[in-house]
Design a protein around this ligand. Structure first.
Ligand code: SF4
Ligand code: SF4
Length: 449
């Protein structure tokens, strides 16, 4: 297995217009990732993914396990988006937006170049026996790697346990938060191991998305590809066969040297290609020097490379876009209809109906109300006409933020509303300060008149 027989790759430092654009995208995404857990919206962390307490917050909306259907739908929508995006744009996500690539290529790799130099200097340093220079460079690099891993672990934890809790763990004595510190150390070690040892094997061996490229790509997907019709026969072959017409590839191998996954894109589309575009940049500098047209390596689809013609894909593109937009609209409407108070009203177990001396009929219920907002709210339970509520313990119904309250009550139906049915559906509405915040329904049992 590739991970066990680890052979480190020494990619040459990338540069060029696409690399600069990737740098801008990476800076923006890194900033967003680092700042989001510390931003507040409607009193809540902007994004919180607290799997331990099963609480999730997105832009002020609090999601609890009762909203599982929304999470399932969002997950399906996300998978659909990834499939359609990949069908159209190939593995663009991997090279430009995936946190693994951004941290590896834009943070850790830069530290490595800064301390150890470019690929040739790194190789030379690794082949040397240990001396003072090698030791100090390696020590400096790994100390910095560990420090950045510590930062990433803290950002990651800020999303999971919340930034307030994280700051508490970091500012209070260690013995008060043993498990918190253990989590920080564990995640720091994991990130350090990933970025100092596993590196590109995460993309080429471990990541399931990478392994799925075979089934996700079709002939019209845009991928980073070598235009072999234009590039071949390359320089090496031209020397051995001088009468053959010359291709544009001068066989400088720079595209292989800059590749962070160590592949030769001239051999065709490969699972290991993360579409980082480093080979496009470097090949374009060669094309410029040799006075040939750019994009010998570029964004192409297989159909264009085979036939030399690009087939308009408008129907497909609009089709994909329509599916995604329809899914988003549906999800938006589900979010809009989501109720801030989740209510479950069940008949008390082991009880039937009671006929009261005045002829009215009552059923005993227990109610569970979950306040999914981040403020304490007063609750008023209203029931359909013909019924009234009699609480077992008269109390003011106030639910703390993100809290659950349970209470019991009798539901009474007056004699004049008698039903011919043994079982009747009853619906409730839950109000706070006159605003509808939830609904519930249950069954009411009564003797048949
Ligand atoms: S960088 Fe361009 S010219 Fe050089 S080997 Fe690669 S494809 Fe050929
Ligand atoms: S082949 Fe090119 S685009 Fe693909 S990973 Fe290597 S350098 Fe990046």
């Amino acid at each position: 297995m590739q991970i066990l027989s680890r052979q480190f790759i020494y990619p040459k430092r990338a540069s060029g217009p696409l690399f600069r654009r990737r740098g801008i995208v990476a800076a923006f995404l890194l900033g967003l990732l680092a700042v989001s857990p510390f931003l507040r919206f409607k009193g809540e962390q902007l994004v919180l993914l607290n799997v331990l307490e099963r609480k999730f917050v997105f832009f002020g909306l609090i999601f609890t396990p009762q909203d599982f259907y929304l999470a399932a739908f969002a997950m399906l929508l996300f998978i659909l988006f990834v499939v359609l995006f990949t069908l159209r744009f190939g593995r663009l996500w991997c090279g430009w937006a995936c946190p693994q690539t951004i941290f590896m290529e834009m943070v850790f790799r830069r530290i490595e170049y800064w301390i150890e130099g470019d690929a040739a200097a790194q190789k030379k340093l690794d082949s040397q026996s240990w001396n003072r220079v090698k030791f100090s460079k390696k020590a400096a690099k790994h100390v910095l790697f560990f420090a950045v891993s510590f930062l990433i672990a803290n950002i990651f934890l800020a999303y999971v346990i919340g930034s307030d809790q994280l700051l508490k763990i970091l500012s209070e004595p260690m013995h008060v938060h043993i498990s918190g510190f253990a989590a920080v150390v564990l995640f720091t070690s994991v990130f350090y191991f990933v970025f100092s040892y596993l590196r590109e094997t995460v993309c080429t061996v471990i990541c399931p998305y990478g392994r799925l490229q075979n089934v996700l790509l079709d002939k019209d997907s845009l991928v980073v590809a070598y235009n072999s019709a234009r590039g071949e026969p390359r320089a090496k072959h031209q020397k051995s066969l001088p009468d053959m017409p010359a291709g544009d590839c001068v066989d400088c191998s720079l595209c292989v040297q800059v590749c962070p996954t160590g592949i030769d894109i001239r051999k065709g589309t490969q699972l290991e290609c993360i579409n980082c575009t480093a080979c496009i940049d470097v090949c374009n500098t060669v094309m410029l020097k040799t006075k040939k047209a750019p994009d010998l390596i570029g964004f192409y689809n297989a159909r264009f490379l085979e036939t030399g013609k690009a087939k308009p894909q408008l129907l497909k593109q609009y089709g994909y876009a329509t599916v995604v937009v329809a899914g988003l609209i549906l999800f938006g409407s589900m979010l809009y209809q989501r109720q801030p108070v989740d209510a479950t009203i069940l008949r008390a177990s082991g009880t039937l109906y009671q006929v009261r001396p005045d002829g009215s009929v009552s059923n005993l219920y227990t109610a569970t109300l979950i306040n999914k907002t981040n403020r304490k709210i007063p609750i008023r339970l209203l029931v359909a006409a013909g019924y009234r509520i009699q609480y077992i313990q008269k109390k003011e119904l106030l639910i703390d933020k993100e809290a659950t309250t349970n209470f019991s009550f009798f539901l009474i139906r007056d004699k004049k509303w008698a039903s011919t049915s043994y079982k009747t559906d009853v619906s409730f509405s839950i109000h706070t300060n006159g605003r509808l915040v939830g609904t519930a329904s249950t069954k009411f049992f009564s003797p048949i008149e």
